[in-house]
Design a protein around this ligand. Structure first.
Ligand SMILES: [Zn+2]
Length: 368
């Protein structure tokens, strides 16, 4: 019965009119959240996929209460919102340092947080694998915006292993990720036109810094001897990084951390490391280093010593409150460490002199 009702056009229209009326009434926020949860459950049951996110975004009404409550899924997105929104926003980040977004299962509280926020941003391109459907459904009710939506599709990688989906790890190419800054600035401006000049000015200042970071990446990675420009990591999070800065990138696991690495893949990589005398392989902050250790042991069995070059940030940033816990710090760390460990030239404290941990991290990781 419920399924039948939820699946009908009539019911969907009624439910949207009903929620608008309640919005305008004096009923409590909790009740609204519960009602939305109920509506989402119905949408899930019916498998409804009719979405008009643009209309939802335009019709969202600012209630006049500052700061604007923003929710973001991953740190890379939350960080842009903080840079662009500054004092006008508070940002709740759902996935913290070291959390793997591919495997993240959203608790019920996350849906409530999104429902209680004014605006929600997520990365998109199915990065938030298990949460993606929920986010798309919530976009019917609230401004819930994928920040990668304006990146030209021709700029996206579509590896065979993704079976027709795009590679979601776009933040690894600073120039491509910079497009997300405009999406956030324009969404905030639409929601809060009174401060649109601030959002634009903050976005422009941030974009300038990203441009400098990108130029630093080109220079630092470009200083690695050509035969050594090979980046071996746990999973395929670095394809955009390789394309942007000129590295051949090989992951032990596939694009999602869900797949297991095969013995054959490990053997192939070991042979390549030995043949090309690759100096270092890298572990990732959000993925188990088990497979990378298998590479080191495999090379040792062929009397070749390859070291762990350190820990790269792949799908999550460093600890909140540190430089590595910002998007610029995350990329600075990755660029600087890869350049130095593969034989290139880069200052040990990075692009702005702010990196503290790149070297000590790599030493820590070398002892078993
Ligand atoms: Zn990933």
């Amino acid at each position: 019965m419920l399924q039948h009702l939820a699946g009908s056009r009539y019911f969907r229209l009624q439910s949207s009119t009903m929620s608008t009326q309640i919005y305008q009434s004096v009923l409590s926020r909790n009740f609204i959240a519960t009602l939305f949860l109920f509506a989402i459950t119905l949408f899930s049951i019916s498998g409804c996929s009719e979405i008009d996110t643009d209309r939802t975004r335009e019709s969202a009404v600012f209630d006049g209460e500052y700061p604007i409550a923003v929710t973001a899924t991953v740190g890379m997105v939350a960080d842009i919102v903080k840079r662009v929104g500054k004092q006008h926003v508070t940002v709740t980040q759902l996935m913290g340092a070291g959390v793997d977004p591919h495997l993240y299962n959203a608790p019920r509280d996350d849906v409530l947080r999104i429902m209680e926020s004014d605006v929600t941003f997520y990365s998109g391109l199915k990065l938030e694998g298990k949460m993606a459907d929920t986010l798309v459904k919530l976009a019917n009710q609230k401004p819930v915006v994928p920040v990668t939506e304006q990146i030209d599709r021709s700029q996206l990688l579509e590896p065979e292993s993704m079976h027709g989906h795009y590679d979601p790890h776009v933040w690894m190419d600073v120039q491509a990720w910079a497009k997300c800054v405009d999406v956030i600035a324009s969404t905030l401006s639409q929601f809060d036109p009174q401060h649109s000049d601030d959002y634009r000015a903050n976005a422009d200042a941030y974009l300038k810094q990203l441009e400098e970071l990108h130029a630093y990446g080109l220079k630092a990675i470009g200083s690695i001897p050509p035969q050594s420009r090979v980046l071996i990591t746990s999973h395929d999070a670095f394809n955009y990084f390789g394309r942007a800065y000129g590295l051949e990138v090989l992951g032990v696991q596939g694009l999602s951390t869900e797949s297991e690495a095969g013995l054959q893949r490990i053997n192939e990589l070991v042979n390549m490391i030995v043949e090309r005398k690759i100096k270092a392989v890298f572990v990732e902050s959000s993925v188990s280093p088990k497979n990378i250790r298998a590479l080191i042991e495999g090379a040792a069995a062929q009397d070749y010593e390859v070291k762990i070059g350190g820990e790269l940030f792949s799908d999550a940033m460093g600890i909140d409150g540190t430089y590595e816990g910002t998007y610029v710090g995350m990329l600075d760390h990755n660029i600087t460490l890869v350049a130095r460990e593969l034989g290139g030239v880069a200052p040990p404290d990075g692009f702005l002199g702010n990196l503290a941990h790149a070297e000590s991290r790599s030493i820590e990781k070398e002892s078993p």
